[in-house]
Design a protein around this ligand. Structure first.
Ligand SMILES: Nc1ncnc2c1ncn2[C@@H]1O[C@H](COP(=O)(O)OP(=O)(O)OP(=O)(O)O)[C@@H](O)[C@H]1O
Ligand SMILES: [Mg+2]
Length: 388
């Protein structure tokens, strides 16, 4: 069973929301409704998040990310559709049962995070536990551990205004980690951080996740961040999810030109893996090894290859071996059996490959981004380069 499931979620703000949903279902667009003073913030969002997964929702400002996230923890009631948490329909729960789940099972790190100014960093980090009714000694112990995870050891007794913005954001993360919730909802949690600290936080989150195996929904407007963190990524545009897939899916087969335009600046060599770009092992048969011997068997490929890697190796690690040999790098499975080869030509081709939108792209979703809607804001782009 999925930990979290969104089933045809709609959120409409403004006049006659139910009416608006019916019209959206019939194909009306966001712009049409806006003229009438109605905002379709989220339109027909469906996806599922498996236990232990990091699910990233990515989109430009105003695309509906925060609204979607607020529906996932029951802070906002969907205009239509359902949210299932461990199979339980949040939309059908009593306010009390919902509060109970929200304070014990789900933790949220808000986009605009506010600490209590007159409480110490430790007390701020322990706040979620206080709400849960955890005794002081226990909550201070857990908050201290969470602060350590967030890199804030030594700051426990400081006041929030003695911390930088980035450090305050990390107190927010510590607060979420301290509660031990299964589901972490993180809204642009790292966006306010300096590039280096941001990258560090991403690493810490991945490291924490490999140990704690939480289920995380992470919101960002930064594709590089999405690709680093996401097991699965949903790309939102104007309230709709236009594509859901792995980083590789999105990079290799963007659903439409809009998604493709986002991926232009991504460092493909760090996202694509040997497994995603490898050619069939048979393609190496009949070619010549560097010593002129003709390659006839899988063993010949393994013997001649300049390196052997696993399928999840980022292709950036294949350039050096490929530069020394005409034979492709060998890709093997856990048993050491040959499952593919990556020849130099293939490596160069995938880096330079023009983006071809997927065949199932709808004409409407296919439209290029309107002028002025730069896929990745210049500021962010700079930040990513500096942080990468
Ligand atoms: N409470 C509200 N009342 C009316 N409109 C709202 C409300 N909350 C959000 N909206 C509108 O819904 C749309 C989506 O907003 P949302 O905050 O979900 O976007 P976002 O993707 O999180 O953007 P950002 O990246 O800037 O945080 C926007 O047009 C916004 O103005
Ligand atoms: Mg937001």
């Amino acid at each position: 069973m999925s930990r979290l499931q969104a089933d045809h979620l709609y959120k409409v703000f403004g006049r006659r929301p139910d009416d608006a949903v019916r019209r959206l279902e019939a194909g009306a667009g966001r712009d049409e409704l806006r003229g009438e003073g109605t905002t379709a913030a989220v339109i027909d969002a469906s996806f599922s998040v498996e236990p232990g997964q990091i699910f990233v929702v990515m989109g430009l400002s105003g695309s509906g990310k925060s609204t979607l996230l607020r529906m996932l923890n029951g802070l906002l009631e969907p205009t239509s559709g359902h949210v299932l948490f461990d199979g339980q329909d949040l939309t059908a729960l009593s306010p009390r049962a919902l509060r109970e789940i929200r304070s014990n099972k789900i933790s949220m790190v808000f986009q605009h995070f506010a600490l209590f100014p007159h409480r110490s960093v430790l007390e701020n980090a322990a706040y979620g536990l206080e709400v849960q009714g955890v005794a002081r000694a226990e909550r201070e112990k857990r908050a201290t551990e969470a602060l350590e995870l967030a890199g804030l050891t030594g700051w426990e007794n400081s006041w929030p205004d003695e911390l930088s913005g980035g450090m305050q954001q990390r107190v927010g993360l510590a607060r979420a980690l301290a509660t031990d919730a299964d589901l972490l909802l993180m809204d642009e949690s790292f966006s306010a951080l300096d590039p280096l600290i941001r990258r560090d936080m991403q690493d810490q989150l991945l490291e924490l996740q490999s140990r704690l195996k939480k289920t995380i929904v992470f919101i960002t407007h930064d594709l590089n961040e999405a690709m680093r963190l996401g097991d699965k990524i949903a790309v939102m545009r104007d309230g709709k999810i236009v594509q859901t897939g792995s980083a590789e899916d999105i990079l290799v087969t963007p659903a439409n030109d809009y998604v493709a335009s986002f991926t232009q600046d991504v460092d493909r060599s760090r996202v694509l893996t040997a497994g995603a770009v490898m050619a069939d092992p048979d393609s190496a048969l009949g070619t010549e090894a560097d010593d002129g011997k003709v390659i006839r068997t899988a063993q010949d490929v393994l013997d001649a290859a300049p390196a052997t890697v696993s399928a999840d190796t980022p292709i950036i690690e294949l350039f050096t071996p490929c530069s020394t040999s005409g034979v492709g790098v060998a890709v093997t499975d856990a048993e050491g059996d040959l499952i593919g080869v990556v020849p130099r030509a293939r490596l160069l081709a995938v880096l330079g490959e023009p983006m071809t939108p997927g065949a199932d792209a709808t004409p409407e979703a296919d439209a290029p981004p309107e002028p002025g809607a730069t896929p990745v804001p210049a500021q962010t782009r700079k930040e990513v380069t500096a942080g990468a």
